[in-house]
Design a protein around this ligand. Structure first.
Ligand code: NFE
Ligand code: MG
Length: 487
């Protein structure tokens, strides 16, 4: 029987623009995915347009990379700038800045997780109301009875309000969301009043109740009805976390969620050496000479068409290996979740992590001093470099900055979705999502709902993952090429 090809283009209910092509064949009597290609179809970006600008603009500009993880980019940029400018020390200003950064960043995690589970992923599993966003859709592979559908549909509607509340909570200190001006080089732009604290607390307690009583149990219910998805979508089994939520002004390793790595060959947590990271471009629409450089030296030169290339995403690798990043990686590295690696483990770990963060936010809020300024002034350095290493909701995030003549000389962003949804690397090794699809049973090649469930478990954001345009080069138009092998 010939190999069948299914193409999901565009993948809906994600952020940004993604196409996934799979080849399906029958192996040992089971129709399943035998090959997969994840294709970032949009070319755009920020790194090159930052060049030549005032370094302090990086927090405001990089926040606009994405509307669903803007605080993560603003924080990464602020950390990179502070590393370059030498903002350090155990001061009341830095304590207030750290706590408000954590609180607004935490609000962003909650908003992102509720969006992902209820709005973006749930429609793969339930038949909801006969209206958008449930229609149009593939009405296949449903397993819920009427009561369960009603329960989930009700929670979907509640989640709309909870999401809005999470954004309003973040705006108490962030001023506005998604693109808060709160994160700046040297600190944070708010000073908390007692009223701010009680306003924030009101939102937070409601969200904790919703996550504890609704969101976490809903992921468990889904796992009980779809137990096969506790083994589907594993991938390589390599997990990487940079760590996030600083708990100390002076000890960078004191994080709510720790930095570390777990590999397929063992459960012991290993250290992370940022110098072991390279971005590879053999299958990406970038000049071949740009590949295999560490992010601090990386460049971004688009080339399209390019023989063999099929994505605008680069392929980040750690010591040449593809790693999954995100809530499951963080919770596994942190020792909070050790149930496995699969579609439903990603959902269950994400829900539990979000509740853990919300409970920590309660303590950060209690510790936030009223009336305390949160800014430490430093001059922009003439020449310096720095890295801002943290985590966005979807996983490990790094900004690498070089300042020359008091301007941004080089800027490089490596996002979580670049790790998870990367194409093949120089050695031909598939990216984590691509590998997670191999062996996945597909009942109906015309409606490959199983593939969609695996894709959504990673919560891809292609806005974050694609790269850059040159402000001085004018508009450039590219025709997308075919896949390797001419599919
Ligand atoms: Ni656009 Fe982002 C997150 C970052 S994704 S959502 O989370 O950085 O890859
Ligand atoms: Mg980049």
């Amino acid at each position: 029987m010939p190999v069948l090809t299914a193409s999901i283009d565009p993948v809906t209910r994600i952020e940004g623009h993604l196409k996934v092509d799979v080849k399906v064949d029958t192996v040992n009597g089971v129709q399943q995915v035998v090959d997969a290609f994840a294709i970032g179809t949009l070319f755009r970006g920020f790194e090159r347009l930052l060049e030549g600008r005032d370094p302090r603009d990086a927090t405001i500009i990089t926040s606009r990379i994405c509307g669903v993880c803007p605080t993560s980019h603003a924080l990464s940029a602020a950390l990179a700038l502070e590393a370059a400018a030498g903002v350090a020390g155990d001061t009341p200003e830095r304590t207030a800045a750290r706590l408000m950064r954590n609180l607004v960043h935490g609000a962003c995690y909650i908003e992102s997780a509720l969006l992902h589970f209820y709005l973006l992923s749930l429609p793969d599993f339930i038949q909801g109301l006969p209206m958008a966003p449930w229609l149009p859709g593939w009405d296949v592979g449903r397993r819920f009875d009427k009561d369960t559908i009603n329960r989930f549909t009700g929670h979907f509607l509640q989640a709309l309000t909870m999401r809005r509340n999470a954004h309003e909570m973040g705006a108490v200190y962030g001023g506005k969301l998604p693109h808060t001006p709160g994160y700046i080089m040297g600190g944070f732009t708010a000073i908390s009043s007692a009223n701010d604290k009680s306003l924030f607390s009101g939102y937070l307690e409601d969200l904790i109740t919703f996550m504890r009583d609704v969101y976490v149990p809903d992921t468990d219910l889904m796992a009980s009805l779809y137990p096969d998805y506790l083994s589907h979508g594993r991938g390589y089994g390599n997990l990487l976390a940079f760590g996030v939520f600083e708990q100390s002004n002076s000890n960078a390793a004191d994080l709510l969620l720790q930095r570390g790595r777990v590999t397929a060959s063992g459960s012991a947590v290993q250290t992370v050496d940022l110098n072991a990271i390279t971005e590879q471009v053999r299958y990406s629409w970038y000049a071949d000479g740009d590949g295999n450089l560490p992010p601090s030296q990386a460049v971004t030169n688009p080339v399209n068409p390019k023989a063999g290339a099929y994505s605008w995403l680069k392929a980040p690798r750690y010591n040449g290996l593809a790693y999954e990043v995100g809530p499951l990686a963080r919770m596994t590295v942190n020792g909070d979740y050790r149930n496995g690696i699969s579609v439903l483990d990603r959902h269950m770990a994400r829900a539990r992590e979000t509740l853990k963060i919300a409970l920590a936010m309660r303590e950060w809020l209690a510790a936030l001093p009223v009336g305390q300024g949160a800014y430490t002034h430093r001059a922009v350095p003439v020449s310096a470099s720095g890295a801002g290493i943290t985590e966005a909701p979807r996983g490990a995030l790094g900004h690498w900055l070089q300042v020359a003549d008091s301007k941004i000389g080089r800027y490089q962003v490596v996002t979580p979705t670049c790790w998870n949804i990367s194409p093949r690397d120089d050695a031909g090794l598939r990216g984590p999502l691509e590998q997670s699809l191999i062996g996945l049973p597909v009942a109906n090649v015309d409606k490959p709902i199983e593939v969609l469930r695996v894709i959504h478990s990673y919560d891809p954001c292609l806005d974050c993952a694609t790269h850059v345009t040159r402000a001085d080069a004018g508009a450039q138009v590219f025709a997308l090429g075919g896949l390797p092998g001419g599919q």
